[in-house]
Design a protein around this ligand. Structure first.
Ligand code: XMP
Length: 319
């Protein structure tokens, strides 16, 4: 009789066995996988685990505070908040090519993680929230040629470079099992059910040049949009929803004045695994209400569009 409770005990024993009294470091993103991995490791080895939360300044409204607050203050994990906003935004200045942005962010992410990890005395292990499908995928892709649509950043090759051994306590699990394990470990259901968020963050929802002004507008608009989705009880029916700020200003009228502000696009899709996706069929009423709220509540936006492209031919993100 296989239960998550039994799996948990077995996984904890295996971690203790592998790690012994050594120190472990982990890149905590706030995503489901790294969060559940961190919670499980903490239960197994307590303070031998140190998490590094790399803050690239491309996160959603209050995201860093929420993630760090929950793990550090609520669950008592050792978490280093590596706020490197200046570094990332500085390097991204003037860059508008999607792949260039991704590469800059991926490289800096590894540099920053390495810098903080080097300060953690006696670290011998690197923990990763690798899932079973990741294990399979890396095997089946290694044979033939593949087309790279977007270079996803990950920390592949990092453990060897840093002389660390890997701990991957979720290697045998599928996504839904990881969620169940997270609940078993006491992570809030609202946290476990969060939509996926890409590593490069808001950078790939800001086509063209990234500026602080655009990021601030994007954060506010996204918060209003997600609030609308939650209020209408639609959050769990949607795989992913977000706002993209478009690199174009348009003319509008508000009160008796002319406005000249940014346009944005709302995106919401249903999907099973992110490989294919359908746009979400919101009601016109929902869309109208959301557009009105965003324009009223977010200075800097005067036009809202809804993206009705499915994947393929579109991708979920705009870059
Ligand atoms: P696309 O845009 O390729 O997205 O249809 C499919 C899923 O992958 C996420 N995504 C990323 N995740 N690093 C990530 O960690 C990336 O560079 C990246 N690009 C896309 C996207 O949010 C969606 O869930």
């Amino acid at each position: 009789d296989w239960t998550m409770g039994a799996y948990r005990e077995q996984a904890i024993a295996a971690i203790k066995d592998q790690v012994g009294d050594k120190q472990v470091i982990c890149a905590l993103s706030g995503g489901v996988d790294s969060s559940v991995a961190a919670a499980l490791l903490h239960e197994a080895i307590g303070d031998q685990l140190t998490c590094v939360f790399v803050d690239h300044g491309l996160l959603r409204l209050n995201e860093a505070e929420e993630v760090v607050g929950m793990f550090r203050d609520h669950m008592n994990l050792k978490v280093i908040h590596a706020d490197e906003t200046e570094l990332f935004l500085g390097e991204l200045e003037g860059q508008s090519d999607p792949e260039t942005k991704r590469k800059i962010i991926g490289k800096l992410f590894i540099d920053v993680f390495q810098k903080y990890a080097n300060d953690i005395e006696g670290a011998e292990f690197l923990a990763q929230g690798t899932l079973y499908p990741d294990v399979i995928e890396s095997v089946s892709f290694s044979g033939g040629p593949s087309v790279t649509i977007k270079s996803h950043h990950n920390v592949g090759g990092l453990p060897e470079k840093m002389g660390l051994k890997l701990v991957e306590p979720l290697r045998e699990l599928f996504k839904d099992e990881v969620r169940a394990l997270g609940v078993e470990l006491g992570l809030p259901k609202s946290f476990i059910g969060r939509h996926p968020f890409p590593g490069p963050g808001l950078a790939i929802r800001c086509p063209g040049e990234i500026t602080r002004e655009k990021l601030e507008i994007l954060r506010k608009a996204d918060a209003v949009y997600i609030d609308q989705i939650r209020r209408h009880g639609l959050y769990d029916d949607i795989w992913q929803a977000f706002v993209a700020i478009l690199p174009v200003r348009t003319v509008g009228v508000m009160g008796d004045g002319r406005t000249y502000d940014f346009a944005c696009a709302l995106r919401a899709v249903t999907s099973v695994d992110g490989m294919t996706a359908d746009y979400y069929p919101f009601s016109h009423e929902f869309l109208g209400e959301t557009a009105t709220r965003i324009i009223n509540e977010v200075p800097g936006i005067n036009r809202v569009t809804y993206d009705i492209t499915s994947k393929p031919p579109g991708t979920i993100e705009w870059e």
